[in-house]
Design a protein around this ligand. Structure first.
Ligand code: UDX
Length: 433
């Protein structure tokens, strides 16, 4: 089967590469010629564990190609996946400009019956809209079906998630489309991956429901952590006890400074916006966003209070700037929001991150870049652990104490046992402990 993937970002590149590993013939296309040239030169535009080798192997075996000829790819392939960006607008609604653009190009180049499969996260009803645009720009009468196959990949674990998904969601209108998609994902079917076969609107909504629910879990546990801070209870024990209830589940109950990234904040905002248009008040979604915003303020206030109300001339060593470990992505990163708050309060920042420093430079231009955690901590008044990279889990605390000017340690991802930090002579602050 010949498949084109339009949009070679995180989702498109991982999906295209994964499908080529299934033995399918894949062309990943993108209007960004620079990105395509990079990929054709054997380089990846993003950092994602395991992806580089996989791209190299599949390209070498001739199953995976990269091209900037979008129109040509549409004409040459029978199945077209859409995996373009759907960024948020100011008001939280979804910017569908790239989707509209792709739909129009598909319409203009429709030369046979084709199955269009949308992977981008889009408001419910967008598949119908894509179909309308395709029909508007096509002068032929070929049948097109637009199916929905939402993506649940996590950055940093995207390759693993592709090959071992919890489920595959297929929203289709016809048996024909469903059988094509089942055939594409056959290798996963053999691994007994559950398949949810449903209608297109449900598939579109499943993606938002999943991300809103996970975001809700995080905001919930962060509120519990704040209540722990007020009552002297311990969030780590609480979270463990909570998670052992099979109905609740252990995952996504880690308190910290909130969720970030390219999906959770945007998707919750988008569902709030979609439902507002439908005159429905999505109260939980609004509260989840509110708690997430406040969590940064709460963390910032802890630091300011520890310095008796003023951060003027204080140097903070910021450990971690990416929105989570194992990625260079800083979109909506709580660490960056926190750093901005620190700077606004007069602090100086020395920052270190294993992968995201380059990206953070532009956002935090006045922050000094450090070589490693110790370089950042040298002469600092406080350390703020904002992203729980593995590198930060076993720091030599006594060494930190010796090289720092001050002795405050803000563990905002609850990584360290309190007494271990105290034994090293540092003053420990966490979230909910
Ligand atoms: C998420 C979804 O998991 C994925 O299914 C979807 O397709 C895209 O959005 P991703 O954004 O890559 O993936 O990151 P994820 O690992 O889910 O973490 C999101 C954010 O939540 C991070 O900022 C992380 O630090 C935070 N988080 C996660 C917590 O604060 N506590 C937790 O217990 C879990």
């Amino acid at each position: 089967m010949n498949i084109a993937i339009i949009g070679t970002g995180y989702v498109g590149l991982v999906t295209g590469t994964g499908l080529s590993s299934f033995g399918l013939n894949i062309t990943c296309v993108d209007i960004d010629k620079k990105k395509i040239d990079l990929l054709n030169g054997g380089k990846l535009p993003i950092y994602e564990p395991q992806l580089e080798d996989l791209v190299e192997n599949n390209a070498k075996e001739g199953r995976l190609r990269f091209s900037s000829d979008v129109a040509g790819a549409i004409r040459k392939n029978d199945v077209i996946f859409i995996a373009v960006g759907t960024p948020p607008k100011e008001d939280g609604s979804t910017n569908l400009a790239s989707i509209e653009n792709v739909a129009r190009t598909i319409g203009e180049n429709l030369n046979a019956e084709k199955l269009i499969v949308n992977k981008s996260t889009v408001p419910v009803g967008t598949a119908d809209y894509i179909k309308k645009i395709i029909e508007r720009y096509s002068d032929k009468n070929y049948t097109v079906e637009v199916a929905s196959n939402p993506e649940f990949l996590r950055e940093g674990a995207a390759v693993r998630d592709f090959f071992h998904p919890d489920r595959i969601v297929l929203g289709t209108e016809s048996e024909h489309a469903l059988s094509i998609l089942m055939d594409i994902y056959r290798p996963l079917y053999l691994l007994e991956t559950p398949f949810i076969k449903t209608d297109v609107h449900t598939a579109e909504l499943i993606k938002y429901a999943a991300n809103c629910f996970l975001a809700t879990k995080i905001s919930f546990i962060n509120e519990m952590a704040n209540i722990c801070d007020k009552t002297g209870a311990n969030i780590t024990d609480l979270s463990k006890a909570l998670g052992l209830d099979g109905r609740i589940g252990k995952k996504f109950l880690h308190a910290g400074i909130g969720f970030g990234g390219s999906c959770f904040p945007k998707d919750v905002r988008s569902l709030v916006n979609q439902t507002e248009k439908l005159q429905y008040n999505f109260r939980i979604g609004k509260a989840v966003l509110d708690v997430n915003r406040k969590q940064i303020e709460i963390a910032l206030n802890k630091i300011v209070a520890a310095f008796d109300g003023s951060l003027n001339d204080k140097t903070i060593a910021l450990l971690g700037v990416s929105f989570k470990p194992e990625t260079d992505d800083i979109r909506e990163s709580p660490a960056i929001y926190l750093a901005k708050g620190l700077l606004e309060n007069g602090a100086k920042i020395k920052m270190y991150d294993p992968k995201a420093l380059e990206n953070a430079k532009a956002e935090l231009s006045s922050a000094k870049l450090s070589e490693d955690a110790y370089d950042a901590a040298k002469d600092a008044d406080a350390i703020v652990l904002a992203t729980e990279w593995n590198q930060f889990r076993h720091l030599d605390l006594s060494r930190l104490k010796t090289i720092m000017r001050g002795k405050l340690f803000f563990d905002f991802r609850n990584v360290y046992p309190k007494n271990k930090v105290a034994e090293a002579g540092l003053k420990y602050f966490a979230i909910g402990r």
